[in-house]
Design a protein around this ligand. Sequence first.
Ligand code: CP
Ligand code: NVA
Length: 301
Amino acid sequence: MNHLLTIKDLTQQQLLDLLSLAKTIKANPQDYAQALAGKSVVMLFEKPSLRTRVSFDIGINKLGGHALYLDQQNGALGKREPVSDFASNISCWADAIVARTFAHSTIEQLAQHGSVPVINALSDMYHPCQGLADFLTLAEHFDDVSKVKLAYVGDGNNVTHSLMYGAALLGAKMTVVCPLGHFPDGQVVCEAQALAKQHGGELILTSDVEAMGEQDAIYTDTWLSMGDNTPMEQIEAKFKPYQVNESLMQQTGANLFMHCLPAYREVEATAAVIDGEGSLILQQAENRMHAQNAVLVTLLG
Ligand code: CP
Ligand code: NVA
């Protein structure tokens, strides 16, 4: 493993190893307090962030390393100088690059032109660190994560893609429910379905909320991702039947609710569900740090 650009690049064993290491680091942080001693990580962010920025910064600190945050006050990546120059220059000083970009190709270019590991902190296509934290969270609730029935309801986006790859690699059953025109990327669906088949999992796509069947956990995300300037009024009516509310939780028998955050209460999910008893949102947020630290230790330790 040289980079973490997307969960698709991992083997099932690498994914299981990362989840297991994340659990170990979470349980025994003192054993990893020097894992990144003397190492520096540059964090390049083209988009806003709370969880990703803070969990990487504090996580790197807990591993004994140093994090340097670069926002885009000098313009977007590639404007003042090419992305390739960013990558080659940062590689002179830093031991890894964490990047949150609009285009996934920017992250690929960083990996191609730099000589240090690159970690995707969200692109338009994928959010692998989120996916890892989410399966770590599920693994804390289910002895065998391959038995989990996970449904994603809402906009087929970067988070959906990473969850689909993760569920497929783990051999779990995942149902993706989106309004017509808002399904996940077709190529990602094909790849994830092939991976699911290979690992004994199942990936079902439907736009029929009524046909979701029994679920253990329901996951949703914002209806408008960063960089999507569609006015909410244009999509609200179309998405309304896909809101995660108590009635949907009851209909599917799902006890657990998941969301990567930030959440918009009474939009993609009701406040009663987001802040309800079965909500895993803060466990997911906490696990971002442990999952990412497992990635950092694997790539740099
Ligand atoms: N879930 C997540 O990535 O949150 P941020 O956008 O705040 O980093
Ligand atoms: N799909 C969302 C995730 C935010 C963490 C976005 O890309 O904005």
